[in-house]
Design a protein around this ligand. Structure first.
Ligand code: ASP
Ligand code: MG
Length: 434
């Protein structure tokens, strides 16, 4: 069974939902994973914040506004289906006691979850109206996080196996992306943008032949279209290449999405609902040639350098440094070392002050803010000569703070000043792809 995931813009209005129906109508038996309609999750997060900060009146008011919009959408999509409007209203009234109660750890998640419940209900009902047999599943009953807060593919499989026989006749299984329950059964979610991850988890659990992620861009581009003209689509990527690019925020798919598909060797096809005829990008295990495939940049990077002669020929130094970051649950992204210094980057600076304090005993610590990390991704085989030369001649005019290659053969990272970002992306474009 194939899994199709449609993002917020792909379900963003009545016409878009109808487009999805046209995309899936010929399929035999599929699972359709939906995000909330675009804008909804942001609005619900705000309602959650109003609730948590005690502004309940404003929270109810925003909820009312949203309810009106959804009822209107339902009227357009489902042509005055009173039962459907009633059900939508119930989804909204279901949030009221959550707002009324004193804030609990799950208050925000419970409010936010309504976004995906609304979109999936509308779409499911629409399919029924088109006489396409559809079943609406509840993702909070299918994805249950473990005690560490992680989803477990085996457990998802077991829950789907118990659930699917109840819907044997349905040719489309509609389910929410993003939402799940925690290990105690409370409503939770996989983090913003998490529906890609849900889709990949469902596909792994179902041992699907393919998972399709439908968004509003033509798959992966070889450079950032916001800054560079004439970017071109990358038609095929290895899982490892896609994972590297996703981290750099190439706005294609959630970074966690690649792993479940990769582990189960399920190809991921990225497609555009606005141009369904475009071939998109296929991510799979099959090698698709060598060399540079795409570049992407990530801003707001902070670089930290720890310089200490005690590092010379000493062991255990890096462990002590890493432990500081572990203590503050701050991921390190890029790292370079010399005999007497180590430089590393983070993008979560919430605990920067404490981290810097704790690093003091290990050497002289300096910090650079507002850096940009540029990832150059491809199959950059270490046995091949000339790749570094090509890269460095492209970068001949760019001041570079850090360089990293060799951890994986799929990525070359450099750290630059953010003000040099666009000309760096342009120089790479001219020299690597033209
Ligand atoms: N609706 C959620 C969000 O906006 C999840 C998703 O779209 O993937 O983050
Ligand atoms: Mg998304």
């Amino acid at each position: 069974m194939k899994v199709y995931k449609f993002g917020g813009t792909s379900v963003g209005n009545v016409q878009r939902m109808k487009n999805i129906y046209n995309i899936i109508r010929g399929e035999e038996q599929i699972m359709v994973v939906l995000s909330a309609m675009s804008g909804t999750t942001n609005a619900l997060v705000e309602i959650g914040q109003l609730t948590l900060t005690g502004n309940k009146k404003e929270a109810y008011e925003s909820l009312q506004v949203m309810q009106k919009q959804y009822v209107e959408t339902a009227r357009q999509l489902l042509e005055d289906d009173e039962a459907a409007c009633q059900h939508l209203k119930e989804l909204f009234t279901g949030i009221e006691p959550v707002i009324a109660r004193a804030p609990e750890p799950h208050t925000e998640a419970a409010i936010v979850a309504v976004g995906e419940k609304l979109s999936t209900y509308l779409f499911h009902r629409f399919l029924e109206k088109q006489h396409l047999s559809s079943a609406l599943l509840d993702a909070t009953q299918i994805i249950r996080l473990d005690a560490q807060g992680e989803p477990d593919v085996q457990d998802i499989r077991a829950r789907l196996e118990a659930e699917l026989p109840k819907h044997g006749q349905a040719s489309v299984l509609v389910i929410q992306g993003f939402i799940c329950s925690d290990s105690s059964g409370n409503i939770s979610n996989l983090g913003r943008g998490g529906s890609d991850y849900s889709a990949s988890l469902f596909a792994a659990a179902l041992q699907s032949e393919e998972v399709q992620i439908w968004t509003d861009i033509d798959g992966v581009q070889n450079n950032d279209p916001r800054h560079i003209e004439n970017t071109r689509p990358v038609r095929q990527l290895l899982f490892d290449e896609a994972a590297e690019l996703a981290y750099f925020g190439a706005k294609i798919l959630h970074p966690a999405c690649v792993l479940p598909a990769q582990k189960s060797n399920i190809p991921v096809l990225l497609k555009n609902t606005l141009h369904p005829e475009d071939a998109g990008t296929l991510i799979s295990k099959d090698s698709t040639g060598n060399g540079f495939k795409a570049v992407a940049a990530r801003d707001n990077i902070t670089a930290i350098r720890i310089k200490s002669s005690r590092m010379l020929l000493a062991y255990g130094f890096l462990r002590k440094v890493f432990e500081v970051f572990e203590k503050y649950k701050t991921p390190i992204d890029m790292i370079t070392t010399s005999e007497v210094a180590v430089s590393l980057t983070i993008d979560d600076t919430r605990h920067l002050k404490e981290i810097l304090e704790d690093l003091q005993p290990y050497g002289k610590v300096t910090v650079d803010h507002n850096k940009t990390m540029v990832g150059i991704v491809g199959n950059l085989n270490a046995e091949e000569t000339g790749l570094a030369q090509q890269l460095f001649s492209a970068l001949s005019d760019i001041p570079i703070r850090m360089i990293s290659y060799g951890a994986s053969q799929y990525n070359f990272s450099i750290l630059i000043n953010t003000e040099d970002k666009i000309r760096t992306l342009q120089a790479l474009n001219n020299n690597l792809f033209d």
